[in-house]
Write a protein that binds this ligand. Structure first.
Ligand code: NAP
Length: 259
């Protein structure tokens, strides 16, 4: 990853899976960010043990914050904690990683599944981005003199999926119908596109990223990619983003995926 680009980072859903590995790799970079905010819903719970151990190992870098991305009060409180830690500093990278999949075909999917998954995968990233935007606007002002180069702009990364692609649906549907997941991530893509347009004036990039099919609780043991390879690929892609990638959907190797 390019040194010194992202000096402060927030990752949501970072107590397990891809989020945890992103935090681990960010902390272990030779030129790591100076502050990493690791959001999770239950920092004191058993599912956050690995994150707490990691945070203890890098206590100068990682701050674990309580952040339930579907709860506006939790988002506001998390933003206040981050604001106090930043002081007059800024946030240069936000990774909206927290996600939910309730698999199901048409017959298996009801209103609750649709609403719960949409709330986590679309409403959450939007509310988080909105709440943390002032810190990112500050980063934009600080980085402004380096415009044009990869990493010279703050970035919001919305973790999406190949399954969000309407164009690719005929190739991927039969193996995994996943109505709530596919539709919510397609909406996340549109959110990405809208924010990319709106935040252009602030010099903030907004990109959707497919991490690959990854061995996690969500991806399952049969997935071909390890979290290590997925996260390192994602960080490589993130560090090479320029304005031309804003408002697009890329995979963990940097290849474009059609909407
Ligand atoms: N794994 C794959 O193959 C794959 C493929 C394409 C895209 N993705 C995307 O990659 C991202 C990470 O997936 P993963 O495989 O690491 O999933 P995972 O193993 O199921 O982990 C999901 C993470 O999101 C958190 N989360 C869920 N709802 C949350 C909420 N309301 N507030 C805060 N955190 C919340 C979970 O926290 P708790 O422990 O509290 O539940 C957990 O840390 C997701 O956006 C997913 O859609 C994954």
């Amino acid at each position: 990853m390019n040194p010194g680009i992202y000096n402060s980072v927030l990752v949501t859903g970072s107590n397990r899976g891809i989020g945890l590995e992103l935090v681990r790799q960010l902390a272990e970079l030779a030129t790591s960010p100076s502050q990493i905010f690791a959001g999770c819903r239950d920092p004191g719970g058993p599912r956050s043990k690995a994150l707490q151990d990691l945070a203890q190992k890098h206590s100068n870098l990682i701050t674990v914050i309580t952040l339930d991305t579907t709860d506006p009060v939790s988002i506001k409180e998390a933003s206040q904690v981050v604001g106090r830690k930043l002081g007059d500093g800024s946030l240069s990278l936000l990774i909206n990683n927290a996600g939910l999949n309730i698999p199901g075909n048409l017959q298996e999917t009801g209103m609750k599944e649709m609403v719960d998954v949409y709330t986590t995968n679309v409403v959450g990233p939007m509310l988080v981005a909105k709440e943390f935007l002032p810190y990112m606007q500050r980063a934009s002002a600080l980085l402004g003199s380096r415009t044009g180069k990869a990493g010279s702009k703050p970035a919001i990364i919305n973790v999406s999926t190949l399954f969000s692609s309407i164009e690719k649906c005929h190739e991927t549907f039969s193996e995994a119908p996943m109505y709530p997941y596919r539709t919510s991530k397609a909406a996340l893509n549109m959110l990405t596109r809208c924010m990319a347009e709106e935040l252009k004036k602030d010099g903030i990039l907004v990109t959707a990223l497919h991490p690959g099919w990854v061995k996690t609780d969500m991806g399952g043991p049969q997935a071909p990619l390890t979290v290590v390879d997925s996260a390192s690929g994602m960080l490589r892609v993130i560090s090479s983003l320029t304005s031309e990638h804003s408002g697009t959907l890329l995979d963990w190797e940097g290849k474009g995926i059609p909407w």
